[in-house]
Design a binder for this molecule. Structure first.
Ligand code: NAD
Length: 243
């Protein structure tokens, strides 16, 4: 909904990924002034439509729309973002079909790099429902010893310097510097921040961090593309679950 430029790029990239995978998709670019009732009515139609396996409402929605009401209206079996409380609860108990795309992408990067999480000190900076909280849970499921840090955390650098695996999901450009990272750590940068010069940067200061980290993800080109890949995976799973 609306004209958010970042959202428009994200939605376009998702459409391109669907085309590349051979997944049929429908896009509804709703004007900013669309009412909550109209949006709920569209979700209801798509919930009932058998040719649609997955539904995603690109966030953020405009201020007059209650985000929670919208998320709750999506059929949990079609909730490919895994934001519905039923899917959030399933992740908590460790028995889930859908995993939120960004934390799932982080886990896939770790797995494909041959990094074993078990017994490692994992520090997640950020506690959002979309990234930080589910990320911590997924690392815990892989037997990591997990610490969640946030805006009220005291002595943050002391915590991050303890991390074997450090996930930054803060939304502040270059927030994590090299001297906040343990020698040999795995550093995963979820942040996507647009600087004044128009360029994208992460939450980790790459130049100083890469000198101490054993493995590190770039921005752009790291977690971002993985998020879209995991959306495609969730959509295929949804097609199986719904048939
Ligand atoms: P958010 O704003 O909802 O949450 C940010 C978190 O950072 C909060 O939990 C807050 O407690 C914490 N924080 C803020 N200031 C802090 C400080 N000084 N010290 C420690 N913690 C602090 O953001 P979000 O939705 O979780 O997104 C985080 C970043 O990840 C953003 O840059 C966003 O654009 C990016 N993101 C990327 C993808 C992707 O596909 N790669 C997906 C989602 C979000």
């Amino acid at each position: 909904m609306g004209e958010d430029p970042a959202s428009q790029v994200y939605v376009r990239n998702k459409e391109i990924a669907c085309e590349a995978c051979g997944i049929y998709s429908e896009k509804y670019a709703l004007p900013e002034e669309t009412t909550q009732e109209e949006l709920l009515s569209l979700i209801d139609t798509l919930n009932k439509k058998s040719s649609i396996s997955g539904i995603l409402v690109q966030l953020p929605v405009p201020k007059h729309i209650d985000e929670e009401t919208i998320i709750n209206a999506i059929d949990p079996k079609k909730d490919v973002d895994a934001f519905h409380p039923i899917n959030v609860g399933k992740i908590m108990v460790g028995n889930y079909d859908f995993v939120p795309c960004t934390p799932a992408g982080v886990m896939e990067l770790i797995k494909e790099s041959g990094i074993d999480v078990s017994g490692k000190e994992c520090v997640v900076v950020g506690r959002s429902n979309i990234v930080g909280k589910p990320q911590a849970m997924l690392l815990l499921h892989q037997n990591g010893t997990v610490t969640i840090c946030h805006s009220r955390t005291k002595n943050l650098a002391e915590k991050t310097r303890n991390a074997d695996i450090l996930v930054a999901a803060v939304g502040i450009p270059n927030f994590i510097k090299g001297d906040m990272i343990k020698e040999g750590a795995v550093v995963i940068d979820v942040g996507i921040n647009r600087m004044e010069n128009g360029k994208l940067c992460g939450d980790v200061e790459f130049e100083t961090a890469e000198k101490v980290a054993d493995a590190i993800t770039p921005v752009p080109g790291g977690v971002g593309p993985m998020t879209i890949a995991m959306l495609m995976r969730n959509t295929v799973k949804a097609a199986i679950v719904n048939n």
